[in-house]
Design a protein around this ligand. Structure first.
Ligand code: UT7
Length: 322
């Protein structure tokens, strides 16, 4: 019997506070023109005092669960992709489990920075394929604003906070054409120094702050995104022309359009939220996916490609029929 891993519902949540490029002009030596031209970002949401990554993850997960039509007791796993957990431990996933009254099944976090959601949905897919779970909440949630150096204009203008979630369910293949077709995960630790934090719990007893060699990351992002989307399509006998939607990690509009160009994909088939959200790391793909689903852009049975690159370097893609 073939098992398909099908997205049954999506949800997302953004903190209400918005920081515009004009707001940032008052903090660092930058301009709306520079930020928009180089990145496509106009604004980003950021958490306020008292809000944490789990605040965002819980709300996004609640919405995804509601959209799936399932009940709390149906969920037999929670996987949260995050680099900015509330605490070093326990995980954000157990915070979500408790808040939504989910059963005492597995719950854990995954850390692959901006590629985190692609890693998390691939992990959930494996659990479903081996019959270890039937319905898993997969969440990407971040408060990147908490690890930004607000005096460093090369990084603080790029990131934002938010969360997105999906319920991924095992469905018998004979009854279902939808589901994950393939996943492609990569990492290259030799490039770990070009995007990292300045510290961490076991090194400096704090979380550190983001440091990035932007030009190098940009160069690798354009090349590796092209390679991984090409692999995802060609291994399954598809070309860019078969895709209904590309849902890319929302880091930079120039990286996204370079990928779309190489695929021969018109920008109308690319979900774009970077102007409103900035780079929300592991949250960016599920956030963009949910917004496109709720806006009626992404429809059932469409062919969708998710792709991301982040610190590590890590990168990957997931091809699925929605
Ligand atoms: O999500 C994980 C993956 N991350 C990414 O994909 C990010 C990849 N990198 C990028 O998106 C781009 O490299 C950036 C948007 C970060 C930077 O754009 P760039 O075109 O590569 O600019 P640059 O770093 O080469 O900097 C150009 C100039 C520099 O001045 P000089 O040296 O030419 O005089 C910077 O100091 O822009 C200056 N600059 C700024 N100016 C105004 C850097 N940041 C700012 C700023 N405002 N915020």
């Amino acid at each position: 019997m073939t098992i398909k891993s099908v997205i049954q519902g999506t949800g997302s949540y953004l903190p209400s506070k918005i920081l515009t490029n004009a707001d940032l002009e008052k903090i660092v030596d930058t301009s709306d023109e520079w930020i928009f031209q180089r990145t496509g970002i106009r604004q980003r949401h950021v958490v306020s005092e008292g809000e944490t990554t789990s605040t965002l993850a819980i709300e996004a997960a609640r919405r995804a669960l509601e959209a799936s039509g399932l009940n709390a007791e149906d969920i037999d796993g929670v996987i949260v992709a995050t680099t900015t957990p509330d605490l070093t431990f326990p995980s954000v996933a157990v915070h979500v489990q408790e808040a939504l009254g989910l059963p005492a099944n597995m719950a854990f976090d995954i850390q692959a920075v901006c590629t985190g959601f692609v890693y998390a949905i691939s992990t959930a897919h494996s659990f479903l394929q081996t019959g270890q779970a039937k319905n898993i909440l997969v969440i990407g949630a971040e408060t990147m604003s908490r690890i930004l150096d607000w005096t460093d204009r090369t990084t603080c203008v790029l990131f934002g906070d938010g969360a997105g979630a999906v319920v991924l369910s095992a469905v018998e293949g004979e009854k279902e054409d939808r589901g994950i077709i393939s996943t492609h995960l990569y990492a290259d630790g030799r490039k770990k120094g070009i995007l990292c934090t300045s510290g961490g719990v076991s090194k400096t007893q704090d979380a550190g702050m983001i440091e990035m060699q932007g030009r190098d990351v940009f160069k690798y992002a354009v090349k590796l995104m092209h390679d991984v989307v090409d692999e995802s399509l060609s291994e399954n006998g598809y070309t860019g022309a078969d895709l209904d939607w590309l849902v890319p990690h929302q880091a930079n509009v120039r990286i996204i359009s370079a990928t779309a160009d190489k695929l021969g994909l018109p920008m109308e088939k690319v979900v774009m939220t970077v102007s409103k959200h900035g780079n929300t790391s592991a949250a960016s793909i599920p956030l963009a996916l949910d917004q496109a689903v709720r806006a009626g852009q992404i429809q059932r049975n469409q062919l969708i490609l998710l792709e991301a690159l982040g610190g590590g370097l890590t990168w990957g893609a997931t091809l699925l029929r929605f």
